[in-house]
Write a protein that binds this ligand. Structure first.
Ligand SMILES: Nc1nc2c(c(=O)[nH]1)N[C@H]1C(S)=C(S)[C@@H](COP(=O)(O)O)O[C@H]1N2
Ligand SMILES: [Mo]
Length: 206
């Protein structure tokens, strides 16, 4: 089990400017989509090694091995949700089934209604990143992203895309939904990378 906790030694567990709210807020843009198992698919496309798109049904995803990650979760609006136990499929498992072209350095995570978030390949393959099906021993609730959400706990939570439907392998970086709307391309909460005006050269697409 990967425990992605920042509580090491004397280091603070809460990133700068964050607080622990009462309860566990749920936030997203737009409506909660309905899950239709026979129509649902998950596509890995873009710069695949074969040049072909890979398509998975919900039954395909359900057959994959699962792992568990315990991690905190930091929203850029400053609340943090501590100690979530996520269970799901690791990006490495999907990448074995759908290998990227060796030149791929970035991915776009795609969700229902066209919501998206871009990640560096190194963040996509980081030990805490997971395609979660369960939270705290229960299937995700519809509001938390059922049936599948990516969690990228070491980055601000807008990158933890709910209702995920696909991954696009990219040879060059491109901004996702919030990254296009003034949020930081990388989004490391420990460095308080909240807004795009804070980006250093090399942290965003040219
Ligand atoms: N598809 C989708 N995923 C999304 C969002 C969204 O609007 N649409 N909002 C993000 C933001 S800003 C946050 S803080 C988290 C919130 O996750 P939670 O509702 O489980 O707390 O989901 C992220 N994932
Ligand atoms: Mo957020």
């Amino acid at each position: 089990m990967a425990r992605v906790s920042e509580a090491m030694g004397d280091e603070p567990r809460l990133p700068p400017g964050q607080y622990i709210p009462r309860g566990r807020p749920i936030i997203h843009y737009g409506r909660v989509p309905e899950f239709k198992p026979d129509r649902w698919d998950f596509r890995i496309f873009g710069a695949t090694a074969s040049g072909q798109e890979h398509r998975f049904t919900w039954a395909d995803i359900e057959r994959l091995p699962r792992t568990t990650v315990i991690a905190d979760f930091h929203c850029v609006t400053r609340f943090s949700i501590m100690g979530n136990e996520w269970r799901g499929v690791s990006p490495a498992t999907l990448m074995e089934l759908a290998p990227p072209d060796p030149g791929v350095r970035h991915v776009m995570i795609w969700a229902e209604y066209g919501y998206s978030a871009n990640l560096r390949m190194s963040d996509f393959t980081a030990p805490g990143t997971l395609f979660a099906t369960d939270l705290d021993d229960k299937p995700l609730s519809p509001e938390r992203g059922y049936p599948l959400r990516i969690v990228v706990p070491h980055l601000y939570a807008w990158k933890s895309v709910k209702w995920v439907r696909g991954v696009e392998y990219m040879l060059e970086d491109r901004r996702g939904f919030w990254e296009e709307r003034g949020y930081h391309n990388v989004a490391d909460p420990w460095r308080e990378q909240r807004y795009s005006y804070q980006e250093e050269p090399g942290e965003g697409p040219p």
